[in-house]
Write a protein that binds this ligand. Structure first.
Ligand SMILES: [Ca+2]
Ligand SMILES: [Ca+2]
Length: 198
């Protein structure tokens, strides 16, 4: 039960508070339903304040949805990136690329976008098999990530990748580098969840 605090104010004191134009903090109980107090309760306001130690903020107290208590839920075997607070998961059983993409979305995630060496380094120690990533590859070798961005840097590519054939982007478990695959091939896939509230 919420503790009620009765505040007695002389009429002149009340006027002084109103004149100040700022909400009076009268007790130590924060009412989450009171919009004038919501600003005092940073965890739960739907905005992840990293300076407040929040890795995420999905404005609810429910666990199992990727964020609880403003901390990312990403226990092993999932892979947690402590720099970005992103959470990666290698999902079985194998699926073709598009069904894999849909399955990630159904879990509130997306097929993984590994567009920097730092991101690749986070997941690399756990990679031991070929996986679908969140990109499609043009015949010119340009990667079109599922967020609409493009990547032309060839440094990620596995050495034997053939040219001139469009396909879907996979991570080669042997070379730990990108490769282009037939989108209909069933592979395990890497889902990536971004933290809520950023
Ligand atoms: Ca917050
Ligand atoms: Ca939650």
């Amino acid at each position: 039960m919420r503790r009620l605090v009765v505040v007695f104010l002389a009429l002149t004191g009340c006027n002084a508070i109103l004149d100040a134009g700022e909400p009076e903090v009268t007790n130590d109980v924060i009412d989450r339903d009171d919009p004038t107090q919501a600003q005092n309760f940073l965890c739960g306001n739907g905005v992840a304040e990293e300076a407040n130690g929040e890795q995420c903020d999905d404005a609810n107290e429910i666990g199992g949805d990727g964020c609880v208590g403003c901390k990312v839920e990403c226990d092993p075997p999932r892979i947690f990136d402590p720099d970005t607070f992103h959470c990666y998961a290698i999902i079985e059983p194998p699926l073709a690329w598009q069904p894999g993409r849909d399955a990630c979305i159904a879990e509130g995630a997306s097929l993984a976008i590994l567009s920097t060496l730092d991101e690749l380094a986070v997941v690399q120690p756990r990679l031991d098999r070929d996986l679908w990533l969140g990109g499609e590859v043009g015949a010119d070798g340009v990667i079109h990530w599922v967020d609409g961005s493009e990547q032309t840097d060839p440094k990620f590519w596995a050495p034997e990748m053939p040219d001139g054939v469009a396909g879907c982007l996979a991570l080669d478990g042997e070379y730990l580098a990108f490769e282009r695959g037939d989108c209909a091939t069933a592979l395990p896939y890497l889902c990536e969840r971004e933290p809520a509230g950023f």
